[in-house]
Design a protein around this ligand. Structure first.
Ligand SMILES: Cc1cc2nc3c(=O)[nH]c(=O)nc-3n(C[C@H](O)[C@H](O)[C@H](O)COP(=O)(O)O)c2cc1C
Length: 168
């Protein structure tokens, strides 16, 4: 148990990546862990678009208006939550968190990238979701950069401990 906790503690946001692509097995591990996340009424109200095509990553980066929004990660997983569901944003965030932890187990790094939400939900780019295979009725909640870390970050940034109250 201690070992599992130590492994989970290793997750950090990674902002430098190697160019090598992740393997199909690693991608499958992330996907499997996403599907195993808890969800309200087991609705699994999420959808993910896995983008590994450099031209498309470049295009999305340009649409974001940022110079290197994905930190040159070779894979981007864009996450969508179904509008007509009990708690789809929480469901999808849980699935993303599972992917982040699976990545650690597979020697990969991840970073949540918020700006994709603005790109995919922008009415000016309304064709994007369908073009990426997203079913109707889903909103983007963010994305995950995924790849082999090209930096070592083991020490967590400052953490608050004044966020618990006890009734016991
Ligand atoms: C909802 C959410 C949005 C985030 N957006 C970004 C982002 O756009 N770019 C980025 O570099 N990091 C982003 N992060 C990563 C946070 O900055 C990071 O998780 C936090 O500083 C704690 O560091 P750690 O993940 O290394 O423990 C985001 C994290 C979350 C949960």
């Amino acid at each position: 148990m201690e070992q599992e906790l130590e492994f989970l503690k290793k997750r950090r946001s990674i902002r430098r990546y190697k160019t090598e692509q992740i393997s199909e097995q690693q991608l499958h591990d992330l996907e499997e862990m996403a599907t195993l996340a808890a969800s309200a009424m087991n609705e699994q109200a999420w959808f993910f678009v896995v983008i590994q095509k450099p031209e498309i990553l470049q295009e999305l980066a340009e649409l974001s208006g940022r110079s290197n929004p994905f930190y040159s990660a070779p894979t981007l997983v864009v996450a969508f939550a179904r509008n007509e569901a009990v708690s789809s944003v929480v469901d999808t965030a849980f699935a993303m968190s599972n992917m982040m932890n699976a990545a650690v187990a597979d020697g990969l790094g991840t970073c949540f990238i918020n700006v994709m939400k603005d790109v995919f939900n922008d009415p000016r780019h309304s064709e994007l979701k369908a073009a990426c295979g997203v079913p109707a009725g889903f909103e983007c909640i963010g994305s995950l950069a995924v790849g082999y870390p090209d930096e070592i970050r083991t020490v967590p940034t400052d953490r608050r401990w004044d966020v618990f109250s006890y009734i016991r």
